[in-house]
Design a binder for this molecule. Sequence first.
Ligand SMILES: [Zn+2]
Length: 330
Amino acid sequence: MCMGHVGGPRRRLTRRGFLRLSAVALAGGGAAVVLQPLYRVWLPQIGRGPAPAAPLDAPRFDGQRAFALLRAQVAFGPRNPGSSGHAQCRAWLLDELSAVCERTAAQDLAVSVRGQRLALSNLIGLVRPAAERQVLLCAHWDTRPWADQDPNPANRRTPILGANDGASGVAAVLELARVLAATPADFGVVVVLFDGEDYGPGIEDMFLGSRYYADHIWPDRPAYGILLDMVGDRNLTVYQEVISTQRAPEVVARVWSAAARLGYEAVFPPVPKYVVYDDHVPLLDRGVPVIDVVDFDYPPWHTLGDTVEQCAAASLQVVGETVLEALTGG
Ligand SMILES: [Zn+2]
């Protein structure tokens, strides 16, 4: 993503003529695996402690599990379009989505940027696709091809690892999909992992996958959506993002009130701070209320220092619980 200015132009992001559909490939259609416990653990009640937050057999968001998903992506190396890490991670993500989603698809697109042809894929998974109401959960899976904010000028043409900027949002979304698939609910979840978010270097060559998706929403238009980006910072503070507060205030209220109910107000201060241009903007331009949950106070942003060591399972845990509460609680 990149930063904008408060009160700056709210022009629609230009959709350039270079996007074209190559294929929407269906990649498997396995049924969701829902594991139910075979027995319920019985514990004698001693005293009158606080009631458990959820029944013992309710699936819970597991920050450690999400952190392992973050590590697994970083292990492929940089995942910028055209790299071997990109190709390997694409295949791995489709496997991960297939493990928890009823349907999985790759929305492939070909893009020309400054004479270079890029093969991009938005990766899509559906949980309860038959439900009438659908909620979008999304993140970008590609990583920045150049560390243009690195303090060392010699590093500024080197691709970044994107542990936080890329892998963290995907990790949280995948773990949320697993939990939501195993949680009875009256809504379905459309998981979309966008490609080409961080290409650039300028804003005109960013959000390539989400712009395409906004013009080719599949399968149906969601009721609302939540974008997760840079949510793994070990020093996590998620202020409200300004464009989201202006254009989808009800979704912002839903997420920040969920955080407050869980006692996470210190991590989710209910205050707007940055204007962040990100994958939510093309969808907002199409009238879909999608907000950006993003921690922009991250010094290693777009540097070679965006590594696993900067991230923490505890941060993913707070974000995962908050999003789950926003979707199912209240
Ligand atoms: Zn970025």
